[in-house]
Design a protein. Sequence first.
Length: 250
Amino acid sequence: MQIRKIGLATMLLASSLAAQTSQGEPDIRRRLEMIERGQGDAVSAELTQLMTAYQNHPGVMYLQAVLTPDGTDAAKIYQNIVDNFPKDEWTDDALYRLYQYYTSVGLYKTAEQKLAQLRLEHPFSAYATETPISTPAVTTAQPKTLPQANPPQAEPAREQPPTMTAPTPVPKYSASFTVQVGAFSALANAEELKKKFEKEGYSSNIFTITRNTLKLHKVWVGEFQVLDEARRFAGEIKKKFGLEAIPVSR
C-alpha cells in the first residue's frame, strides 16, 4: 500500500511538471512582481519545481539569481546567462544586475564594462540609458610660467562701461549623486518603496526612464555632493533595510 502511495505521488508530480512544460513559457515577470511586493518566500517555494520543469531556462535562472542572497553567487548566475544566452530577453536584465553588483562592491571599471556591453548588444533595452558612475576626476596642476626679464609695459586700461551679467542658470538638482534603492517596472511598487523611505525620514523621489514604450521606475534616496558620501549612505541603507543600494550620478 505504501509503495502504491509513493508511486502515485511520483506520477502526480511528473504529470504536474509535464503540464507546466506543455503550457509554454513560465511567467517570470509575474513572479518578479511578487518579489517586488515582498512575496519572495512564495516564489522561493516553487523555484525548485521551476528549475526541474525548465532546465537551463534563462528566465528561471534569472529568477534564481534574484532570489540568491549572496551577491557573488548571484553574479555568477547572471554571468552564466550572459555567456550562454546572449540574445535572450533576460540577458540585458542580467547585464544590468552585474553592473549594479560591481558598482556596489566598488569595481567601477568592471561595472562600466558591463554597462557598455549592455548598450552595445542591447541598444533598445530600457537600461541602455543608464548613466555610469564615474570616480571624481583628478585635476592636473598646470606648470608655472617664468616671468620675462623685461616684460612689455601694458597700456593703461581704458574705462569700460558697465555690462550686465546674465544670471547663472540653476541646475535641476543641487547634488551630484544619490542612492538608488530599487528599480521597478510597476510604478505602484516604486511609489510604495518611496513612501517607506519617506516615513523613515529620508528624502526620496522616483526617476522614470522610457525606452520603446518600456518604462523603468527608479527609486532614489538622498542627495550628496561627494561620491564617497553616497557610498557610505548606500552601505547604511543596505545594512538597515537589506536592499541592494547603489550610488548613482544625477
